[in-house]
Structures are given as structure tokens and as C-alpha cells.
Design a protein around this ligand. Structure first.
Ligand SMILES: CC(C)(COP(=O)(O)OP(=O)(O)OC[C@H]1O[C@@H](n2cnc3c(N)ncnc32)[C@H](O)[C@@H]1OP(=O)(O)O)[C@@H](O)C(=O)NCCC(=O)NCCS
Length: 208
């Protein structure tokens, strides 16, 4: 997903400088949350068309193994690990730079959890990706993102698995991906299934 150019047809990660902004001459609506997708709109009648952003269910008992993937990434210098409390600013800065303030705020809640419910990918001691769970709701996965120039290398999948395994370790049998954007990514990597009637979910009545 190209988070900053609006090309994605999935969950749009709003840019910090342009938080899901659409301007149709009548006003500007700024939205900063994962579950809204303003990439689709109907220019003909000048109104935005919201894409479905369903919640997904993941069976945490059927997750694919993570170990071999961790080793492979490590051989390229990419480490996947839980974030430390004192890394809040570095992680927030990464999220604000590549995604949005809204996601940075959401993830801040994960830094208040013990243990921290945020995993990061690092390369040369820099953040290149993140995945959070239990931030906006209990048992929820997300938000998550990988730096655009690092995508397509298995980092997003490893972060997702690390988060879901943490959910399992904390006692859940099923995990929820709230307001999922790249639905196919979740279906493919962890066998996620659509939760019927889940759209709209919790991301409603958003502040402008
Ligand atoms: C979604 C995202 C985290 C995936 O990270 P990534 O590191 O690029 O993904 P991976 O390289 O681990 O991909 C794992 C597999 O999923 C596939 N995949 C990745 N993104 C996909 C997508 N949007 N749709 C379908 N399949 C996708 C890959 O092709 C790969 O398949 P393979 O194992 O057959 O090679 C990343 O694209 C991203 O940061 N997107 C912007 C933010 C975002 O949308 N976050 C989710 C919000 S709900």
C-alpha cells in the first residue's frame, strides 16, 4: 500500500501532512485513523465514497511459524522485537513521518501497557516498521506499517505474527484486526476471515 500517495485501494494510512484529506471545494475533512479510506471517491458527483473497512478474525491457534522468518530477516540485519518504553519518541516519530499522527497517538497507548504491546522492526538501530496490539480495544491488532522503501521483504508479516503471538500468549484464542485495510494481506499471511456486519466498526464519529 502506498500510504502517502493515496493510490491504495485498501486501508489508507493517512499522511501526517495530509491526514486523509479531501477537498472538494466545499470544505476539508481531515481524518487520521486506519479504518477510513478516502482513496475512492466519486468525482462525478463530488462526494467521497467510503470503501468497506471490515474487521477480520484470526484464529491464533493456527498461526504460521515465525522463527525461520526471524532468522532470515536477521541475516539481512533486520530485527523484530518488542519496543522498549524509552523508545516511544523514536517510534512515534517514525509513524508520524511515514503514516499519521492518529496512528502515533494510537500506538502511544501500547507503550503504556506492560509489557509494551508494540513490536518494531529495526535496521542499523533505526525503526523501519511497527505493529501494535491492544491499543484502541482489547484483543485488537493494529495499527501497523513498514517504511515504504522496506515493504515487500517479509517485514510486515513478521511484525504481524509477532503481535498476534503476543495476543495468544496473553490468553486470547482469536484476534481481531479492526478496520482492516489490506484485507488480502491478512487473509494470505494469517488466514484472517471477514467478520460479517463489522463495517462500520469502532472508527466512527471521528473528530475533525
Ligand atoms: C501492509 C504492510 C504492513 C505489509 O508489509 P510488507 O512488509 O510490505 O509485507 P510483507 O513483505 O511481509 O508481505 C507478506 C506477504 O503478503 C503480501 N502482501 C503484502 N502487502 C499486501 C497487500 N496490500 N495485499 C495483498 N498482499 C500483500 C506480500 O506479497 C507477501 O506475499 P508472499 O509471502 O507470497 O511474498 C505494508 O504494505 C504497509 O505498511 N502498508 C501501509 C500501512 C498499512 O496499510 N497498514 C495496515 C493498516 S490496517
Amino acid at each position: 500500500m502506498a500510504a502517502k500517495d493515496g493510490k491504495s485501494e485498501t486501508c489508507r494510512a493517512p499522511d501526517v501532512r495530509d491526514l486523509g484529506r479531501w477537498d472538494i471545494g466545499l470544505g476539508i475533512l481531515d481524518v487520521g485513523l486506519c479504518s477510513l479510506d478516502f482513496a475512492h471517491w466519486t468525482l462525478g458527483i463530488g462526494l467521497p465514497k467510503l470503501s468497506p473497512m471490515p474487521d477480520l478474525l484470526v484464529n491464533l491457534l493456527n498461526l504460521p511459524p515465525l522463527e525461520s522468518q526471524l532468522k532470515q530477516l536477521a541475516s539481512h540485519g533486520v530485527l523484530i522485537r518488542r519496543a522498549q518504553p524509552f523508545e516511544l519518541t523514536a517510534v512515534r516519530d517514525f509513524i508520524r513521518k511515514h503514516f499519521s499522527v492518529g496512528w502515533a497517538d494510537e500506538v502511544s497507548v501500547g507503550f503504556a501497557n506492560k509489557p509494551v504491546s508494540v513490536h518494531i522492526a529495526t535496521l542499523n538501530s533505526k525503526v523501519i516498521g511497527f505493529a501494535a496490539h491492544e491499543c484502541t480495544r482489547k484483543d485488537f491488532f493494529g495499527p501497523a506499517g513498514v517504511a515504504p522503501d522496506m515493504q515487500g521483504r517479509g517485514i510486515g508479516k513478521a511484525l504481524l505474527l509477532a503481535s498476534l503471538l503476543a495476543l495468544r500468549e496473553s490468553g486470547y484464542v482469536y484476534g481481531i484486526i479492526g478496520g482492516a485495510g489490506p484485507v488480502e494481506f491478512y487473509q494470505k499471511t494469517v488466514g484472517a476471515t471477514l467478520i460479517a456486519g463489522s463495517d462500520p466498526g469502532i472508527y466512527t464519529d471521528l473528530l475533525k
